[in-house]
Design a binder for this molecule. Sequence first.
Ligand SMILES: Cc1cc2nc3c(=O)[nH]c(=O)nc-3n(C[C@H](O)[C@H](O)[C@H](O)COP(=O)(O)OP(=O)(O)OC[C@H]3O[C@@H](n4cnc5c(N)ncnc54)[C@H](O)[C@@H]3O)c2cc1C
Length: 423
Amino acid sequence: MSDSTTSIPEKTDVVIIGAGIAGIATAWYLNQAGVNVVVCEKGIIAGEQSSRNWGWIRQQGRDEAELPIVMESMRLWQEISDQLDSDIGYRREGSLYLYENDAEVARHDDFYAMAPQYGLETSRIDRKQLESLIVDCPARWTSALHTPDDGRAEPGLAVPAMARTCESRGVTILQNCAVEQISLANGRVDGVSTERGLIKCPAVLCSAGAWSTFLLKACGIRLPQLTVKASVARTAKAPLIFDGNASGSQIAFRRRHDGGYNVAATDSLEIMPSIHHLRFLPDFLPLIRSSLGKLKLRFPELQVDSNYTRHRVLNPIPSRATVKRIRARLSDRLPMFRDIELVESWAGMIDALPDVVPVLDKADSIDGLWIATGFSGHGFGIGPAAGKIMASLIQNNSVGYDLSRFRLSRFSDGSRLILGPSI
Ligand SMILES: Cc1cc2nc3c(=O)[nH]c(=O)nc-3n(C[C@H](O)[C@H](O)[C@H](O)COP(=O)(O)OP(=O)(O)OC[C@H]3O[C@@H](n4cnc5c(N)ncnc54)[C@H](O)[C@@H]3O)c2cc1C
């Protein structure tokens, strides 16, 4: 991998801003098509959301427009992981929504009705069937929604391994290389200005996660985007009770490749609008209203703005109250883990858009500027397919999906925003 002393290329075909799953997956497919790519990363590969997430690769519960894309992503995850130099823990052990009552069951009625239309196997299972999936299943869970084909992978391993393979195939990845500005001439992209100099190129992909809104603002583009802090913990090695992903109204857990579990509280997200984000709050009112009790407004502890080198890696402190809640709920919901230690906790800043689905589009006002951002809490799973889509769009190839739900102009053309299922 390059370091800050590596010289930067003077020009390339495409510059990708951000070495998260969106940027690296796009680089993967552009490289496969023979396009020259440089990825600029202000910090380290997958330093932000892409290494901090729960590691669920799930089709279950997805927005209808995302569903066919994430279904393709499952196949791509397998294809990609077969080509990597190490095991990233990609397994398809299924996902469960665990239900305690009928009201919880009803929350997924729409998805349950939709899944078969896309050929996705998803079934409602009763207590007896649940007992055959979860060892010593606690009595409070009376039924579940089961998507047996859903997957998981280790976020800390996946994108770095993809990046190594990309580099071995000729992609240049510059770490500690913040893009300060997308450079424009005559209404089109002509390069990027980085902290280490200018790189000329006719196409740029903005896949800068929580920072995208600021890069785009400098180009005259309004992207209403907020940062939402999510805290997670992991257990020490623990008995195998379920090998996939499971979430109930209070707790979510996911078996890790190292024999522990990632655990989170399903109702504890913190919106952290900086002074620059305040102007977007009206765009987010429907989401905030629909998630009352789950989303809390908090004073920002970190400044996310157009100073891209202040936080090389956005590393928020996990909320102490949330980690305490995770501990209490783990003991309460999964009593067999009462004595299992939480050995680590961390947090990540989700880059949310008002309707919690991403932008996968070009900027209409600027030729050569492409955008893949705002994955709103579920970009890891869909990442490979999103990257493949962006690589096709950048090459002016057709993609075979209806991407109208992901257009940038939905935030400015007066459309009524339709909220996706959840953050
Ligand atoms: C706690 C948590 C749990 C989650 N759980 C799941 C899950 O289970 N399943 C799932 O599918 N998704 C999950 N997500 C969401 C998922 O992690 C994200 O949607 C996804 O990783 C977004 O990828 P990205 O590449 O768009 O952004 P990021 O991974 O945030 O990458 C953006 C990169 O751009 C870089 N960058 C920014 N500005 C610049 C600049 N000016 N110059 C150069 N580089 C720049 C940043 O440093 C960063 O590395 C979760 C997220 C969090 C935080």
